[in-house]
Design a protein around this ligand. Structure first.
Ligand code: FAQ
Length: 327
């Protein structure tokens, strides 16, 4: 476990700043050096990274639920195998991310309890329902697509364990994005009913996906410090725009229409200008009032309770093994 002595309070940090530690820390960040678990870091850097990484981990774990819902109903054995593997990958991402967060001094139990009690956030996107098979295509294409756009720059995050975890996560998310797009392509080349199902999924997932990138830059609370510390390399709005620019031509290739009458190519900037996002809806989802917030937390709490015997057995085995090794 990483030493408790490194867990400085904010008051202690202020006095350490006087000694120039904070300035040396910032100089290392500015020089693109990686910060590793045993290095000195300001309490606020540790806190914001623990917040972001744990929220990211919870998103991967809760994110298994909407797709997991379709494993038993996948249309073919091939689709079932791919979906099963994808959902397992998301679980693996959650586990790397909890491990990365643990290097900052919080235990996995503590972090998971924060999620189960509703104190910690997870991505808004996982509070929407998966109503048809096309939603599985839309999630892979759009949700994983948005996740990649956000996570590729995190491979260069200043905190070593998070940046390294992101490399593998991004490779797997790219595969997920392609399998989702391929489901959409198959539906769009199928019957009129299948194409309509794909269009309906796009209509429902498009705006919530744009919300995944977080509040507009003017309302983002953490962006300034996270940018200074090179946790964030692009702002929420910059990443959202990159996602729109990459995704609109993909929708056109599928022969689908984006549910935004204001969407228009801006010939001067080369970007796709999009309409107004419903930030009230985003705030409602964050406040726990999205279509599935209650179901998602109830499902996670049930799984946690039902898994208690596994945790107890693992702890008993570890204790026995440690005693044996010490003997
Ligand atoms: N949902 O000041 P900012 C995936 C919160 S993984 C919920 O701009 P920040 C893979 C934010 O936490 C998806 N809350 O915050 C997958 C803060 O609240 P706090 C998850 C949100 O941190 C695919 C407050 O609003 N990805 O999809 C959201 O600078 C398929 C103010 O916001 C990550 O977590 C939101 N959408 O920027 C899995 C990536 N947006 O903490 C399964 C890492 C904002 O003060 C199936 N995270 N908030 O209480 C990040 O890059 C950042 O944390 C942002 C937010 C960009 C999400």
């Amino acid at each position: 476990m990483y030493t408790q002595a490194l867990n400085t309070t904010e008051a202690e940090d202020r006095s350490l700043e006087d000694a120039g530690r904070a300035a040396r820390f910032q100089a290392r960040i500015d020089a693109e050096e990686r910060i590793e678990p045993n290095d000195w870091m300001p309490a606020a850097y540790r806190k914001t990274l623990t917040r972001q990484i744990s929220q990211h981990a919870h998103s991967e774990i809760v994110g298994m639920l909407p797709e997991g819902n379709w494993i038993t109903r996948a249309p073919t054995l091939r689709r079932k195998a791919a979906l099963l593997a994808k959902v397992q990958d998301e679980c693996g991402h959650g586990l790397y991310l909890y491990a990365a967060a643990e290097t900052l001094g919080s235990s996995r139990e503590e972090l998971v309890d924060q999620m189960l009690s509703g104190k910690a956030k997870y991505s808004s996107i996982f509070n929407y329902p998966t109503l048809s098979w096309a939603d599985i295509g839309a999630i892979g294409w759009l949700v994983d697509g948005a996740a990649i756009m956000n996570q590729i720059p995190l491979c260069r995050c200043s905190y070593g364990p998070y940046a390294r975890a992101m490399i593998r996560v991004c490779k797997e998310e790219s595969f997920h994005q392609r399998q989702g797009y391929e489901i959409m392509l198959t539906l769009c080349r199928g019957s009129a009913e299948q194409k309509a199902m794909a269009q309906d999924a796009l209509n429902r997932w498009w705006w919530p996906c744009l919300m995944m990138f977080g509040p507009p830059d003017g309302d983002s609370q953490h962006s300034d410090t996270s940018t200074k510390w090179k946790i964030k390399r692009f702002s929420n709005d910059e990443l959202r725009q990159k996602f729109v620019d990459a995704t609109v031509p993909q929708a056109h290739y599928l022969g689908l229409t984006l549910p935004d009458p204001d969407l228009k190519k801006n010939e001067a900037t080369g970007h796709w200008d999009y309409g107004t996002i419903d930030w009230d809806e985003f705030k409602q989802v964050l406040a726990g009032n999205g279509p599935c917030n209650r179901d998602r937390l109830a499902a996670r709490r049930k799984a946690h309770e039902e898994g208690a015997w596994v945790r107890e057995a693992a702890a008993a085995y570890a204790e026995k093994r440690n005693k044996k090794l010490a003997a």
